[in-house]
Design a protein around this ligand. Structure first.
Ligand SMILES: [Zn+2]
Length: 115
């Protein structure tokens, strides 16, 4: 992959990382507000508990995504970025542009999803 293209994808990944982190931070604040709300025993407060759970579950998905972004950035550093983790072939650039933290090439991804 061309260095300029790699650099561009790295910028995209770092931007994604930044926005994810700020979203997670905002949500954490919102979660804390949802649980404090002046209520001592939130176990009795079904709706509050639900809201909190909902917010935390969103956080999980974001954490996963964040890890994928981090892994991709590590691979850029290590020089193995853009290679499929399964078959070792280069992942198509178009695919990386759409999904910069893709781990697998399209055919391996499809195979994974069929399972
Ligand atoms: Zn592959």
């Amino acid at each position: 992959m061309q260095a300029s293209k790699l650099e561009k994808l790295k910028q995209v990944l770092m931007e994604k990382r930044r926005s994810l982190l700020s979203e997670v931070r905002e949500r954490k604040t919102a979660t804390m507000e949802a649980s404090s709300d002046g209520i001592q025993d939130i176990a009795d407060q079904a709706s509050t508990a639900y809201t909190k759970e909902f917010l935390l579950s969103i956080g999980d998905a974001e954490r996963r995504l964040l890890r994928q972004v981090d892994e991709a950035l590590e691979k850029i550093k290590g020089g193995s970025y853009g290679l499929c983790e399964k078959c070792g072939e280069e992942i198509h650039e178009r695919r990386l542009e759409a999904l910069p933290f893709a781990k697998y090439c399209i055919s391996c991804q499809e195979e994974e999803e069929r399972r």
